[in-house]
Design a protein around this ligand. Structure first.
Ligand code: SDX
Length: 433
């Protein structure tokens, strides 16, 4: 072993196997087992990938022990102000640096140009059963996008990639709003080219043919912040899904559509909806905060304290702090309040004093307060995961691009530990018991 080429020693079956050790920018050590099977017919075992790095990435850095989140090195707290907007954060994540004025204006112009849906896609919403869950509508319509943009499916051309990426982000905003309108039986509005990304989304969500939605600056800023905070989070479940699907050289539309499906799960992006159900159950008297914690700690009970805990954060999720403060700011600007915020604070206070949560380092995560801020903006609960998906698109696209730009990238094809019968015989049905 040498300092410039550190190694780890694996001793197994009387053999000593020297494995290379890689070191991340943050000093994280990784044992490189990528050739372990080919050279020694040995596999590692890590079913939830909790100890496994599946890529080298320079996009987002998370230090879970210290509650740190940085986009291309920039601390997430620095985006908690009106000037950064979601479109420039999307550019930062996808292309690696903050855009110049010209780059941002050009990117914004592309987004404006691509905000309309093809009329036949817009008409498709009419075939969706009224009252369908918006996530089901988003998933269905998102997958249809590729039907309209076949020429942007090929890989390897930078201009085709930018055209595909801007269409996906801009049209997903329109699809998301239409998913809400369809679920409410409301007529569809057309995007307004004079509005920016978040303002247009709010217009598509809340304007009526006879009444233009007045976009308050604090509400537009809050929407912008929600999308920025959800934009990327290194190798989470949905992003890893996008990378795995993309490793087969599936196009960007198909890869992002797979991310929508993974994000839908209540342990991942669907948690923000579960948090609201939990807070509303307490508010409606169905249970007390103490009942909540008791149920969450009961191993016989599948109930979890949604919005708490995280695979990486063993400290406060910095996004949760920013979202809580942003919700309080919107309430004070609007001179309103939400009893659910007080209930959330009470739950947090009890949990952070409870040995079960303290011992397991379970803190509020991004989903614990996001719903309260989204409610303050006027977004209904069944749209929360849709908003999460809208925010996460630049991260999925950036991670997909980073993987595709790596010319050594191979298809992701994990091994298994086979535990079944080694050999059995086919028994004709008449001979079976
Ligand atoms: C997101 O990965 C990302 O980056 C995701 C995300 C992103 O931006 O992409 O940050 C977004 O998905 C946030 C997480 C949203 N999900 C929830 O809020 C659902 C509730 N949380 C848990 O389901 C759980 O904490 C996870 C899924 C978030 C993490 O699961 P892990 O890492 O597999 O942790 P675990 O289930 O092994 O928990 C360790 C222990 C267990 O108890 P013991 O077996 O040690 O006795 O902690 C317990 C768990 O039972 N535990 C909880 C709990 N979370 C963990 N117990 C009660 N309530 C909880 N919320």
């Amino acid at each position: 072993m040498s300092q410039e080429h550190p190694t780890a020693l694996l001793q197994i079956d009387g053999k000593s196997i020297e494995l290379p050790v890689l070191t991340g920018t943050d000093g994280q050590k990784a044992v490189d087992v990528s050739k372990l099977y080919d050279e020694h017919k040995i596999v590692t075992y890590d079913p939830s990938l909790g100890s496994t790095s599946v890529c080298q990435s320079a996009i987002t850095y998370v230090d879970g022990d210290n509650g740190i989140l940085r986009y291309r090195g920039i601390p997430i707290e620095q985006f908690d102000r009106p000037s950064p907007n979601f479109i420039e954060v999307a550019w930062l994540l996808i292309f690696g640096a903050l855009p110049t004025q010209d780059e941002r204006d050009e990117f914004r112009a592309r987004m404006t140009k691509h905000q309309l849906l093809h009329e036949s896609l817009r008409e498709q919403f009419g075939n969706v059963p009224p009252g369908s869950p918006p996530m089901a509508i988003l998933s269905a319509m998102f997958s249809q996008l590729a039907c309209y943009y076949e020429k942007f499916l090929p890989l390897g051309d930078e201009e085709l990639f930018v055209e595909a990426a801007t269409r996906i982000i801009s049209k997903a905003r329109t699809i998301a709003a239409y998913a809400y309108r369809r679920s409410q039986g409301l007529p569809f509005m057309y995007p307004d080219p004079a509005l920016r990304f978040c303002g247009n989304f709010l217009h598509l969500m809340f304007s009526l043919p006879y009444k233009q939605y007045i976009i308050g600056q604090e509400i537009e800023d809050a929407m912008n912040l929600v999308l920025i905070l959800h934009a990327d989070h290194e190798q989470n479940c949905s992003t890893s899904t996008v990378r795995i699907v993309g490793s087969a050289q599936a196009n960007l539309f198909a890869s992002c559509a797979s991310g929508v499906s993974a994000l839908w799960g209540p342990l991942h992006g669907g948690a923000n909806v579960e948090v609201m159900k939990m807070l509303e159950a307490i508010y409606n008297g169905g249970m007390t905060p103490e009942d909540c914690l008791k149920a969450a700690k009961d191993k016989q009970n599948p109930f979890k304290l949604f919005g708490f805990g995280h695979r990486i954060y063993k400290n406060y999720d910095p996004r949760a702090k920013i979202l809580q403060t942003a919700a309080e700011k919107v309430f004070s600007q609007q001179k309103t309040e939400d009893p659910l915020l007080d209930i959330a604070r009470k739950l947090e206070e009890l949990a952070l004093k409870d040995p079960y949560f303290v011992d397991r380092k379970l803190y509020p995560n991004v989903d614990f307060y996001s719903g309260i801020l989204l409610r303050a903006i006027g977004i209904p609960t069944n749209m929360f995961t849709v908003i999460f998906a809208l925010g996460r698109l630049p991260g999925w696209i950036a991670q997909w691009k980073e993987q595709h730009d790596n010319l050594n990238q191979r298809i992701c094809r994990p091994r298994q530990l086979y535990m079944g019968e080694m050999e059995a015989n086919y028994v004709p049905i008449e001979d079976r018991e």
